[in-house]
Design a protein around this ligand. Structure first.
Ligand code: GUN
Length: 292
């Protein structure tokens, strides 16, 4: 079993991004600038956004955090998104999800300029990604692809089972893994909460991507000997022995699954760190106008 070490890879990728930003600065080019909008104070969202901003600063990019109280109206939020769209100094915009129930996330995503949509959530980017056209690809699936690529894992002809059909991870992951490029060329099965015989299907996976958001859902009996297991889950589970009051768990029961695998991602220290790198890579592309 080999660990897919997100900590190691992400620090290498960050160095690469930092070197590119330094080069841009030396050549008097546009310093990439990521803007994040955060509504309310959901603990997990606070942590994610703070980490995105911190990482941008560490590689020399500019970052701006725009905060709103939960009481913000949809119209106020849309107006702020349009301001960022119109600001030529701001290259990338993310609106952290989830949003309060009175705000329609689809409306917000569709208002973001696709050329600044570094999360790759706009229908135009999802459609272009599906067609294999230049697009911003959602950061988590892109991070998983990068991980597979940098470890040189063979994917062609393999059976990839994705558990979870979220718009952000499961769905784009399934589309990307079937594309006619590396990493890809897999036979993909996209499973979800209504799937029958889920354990049986998972056992046929050469590559198993767990992205359903249920702590330690994938157990050893669901995994084939020698499979590649990618754990996208990151949930806070109450734990009185921790100072924070919670422990971070993935969707895979690591201790029992790991010994059966050829490669597996740890949680934390796996996919999560790759996601932030993808977001910064997308912001770099936005500043350079590489996609649109
Ligand atoms: N909420 C959970 N993951 C993400 C993400 O990748 N981007 C945004 N904007 N919100 C999220």
């Amino acid at each position: 079993m080999q660990l897919l070490d997100g900590k190691l890879l992400s620090s290498q990728i960050k160095q690469e991004i930092a070197a590119e930003v330094t080069q841009i600065r030396e050549q008097g080019g546009k310093i990439p600038h990521l803007v994040a909008i955060l509504v309310g104070n959901n603990g997990a969202s606070e942590t994610y956004v703070a980490s995105k901003m911190k990482n941008c600063e560490e590689v020399g990019m500019h970052s701006t955090l725009i905060r709103f109280d939960t009481s913000v109206t949809e119209d106020e939020l849309l107006a702020r998104v349009r301001e960022v769209n119109d600001n030529p100094d701001m290259d990338g915009l993310i609106v952290q999800l989830p949003l309060p129930a009175h705000i329609n996330p689809d409306k917000i995503m569709e208002t973001i300029n696709p050329a600044k949509d570094v999360d790759g959530f706009h229908p135009i980017n999802i459609g272009r990604m599906a067609k294999g056209l230049p697009a911003y690809v959602s950061a988590t699936p892109q991070g998983v692809l990068d991980m597979i690529k940098r470890y040189g894992i063979e994917t062609s002809g393999k059976h990839c089972v994705v558990v979870g059909r979220s718009q952000i991870v499961g769905l784009p992951m399934s589309i990307l893994m079937q594309r006619n490029t590396y990493p890809g060329n897999c036979t993909v099965t996209l499973t979800h909460s209504r799937t029958r015989n889920l354990a049986e299907i998972c056992r046929t996976a050469d590559i198993l991507v767990a992205a359903l958001g249920k702590p330690e859902f994938v157990t050893a009996d669901m995994v084939k000997e020698g499979a590649v297991v990618i754990d996208v889950g990151l949930e806070r589970v109450p734990d009185a022995t921790k100072k924070s009051g919670f422990a971070l768990k993935g969707d895979v029961k690591f201790s029992e699954v790991a010994p059966k695998t050829s490669f597996i991602t740890p949680v934390p220290g796996g996919v999560g760190l790759m996601t932030i790198c993808s977001l910064m890579q997308n912001t770099l592309k936005a500043a350079r106008g590489e996609v649109y």
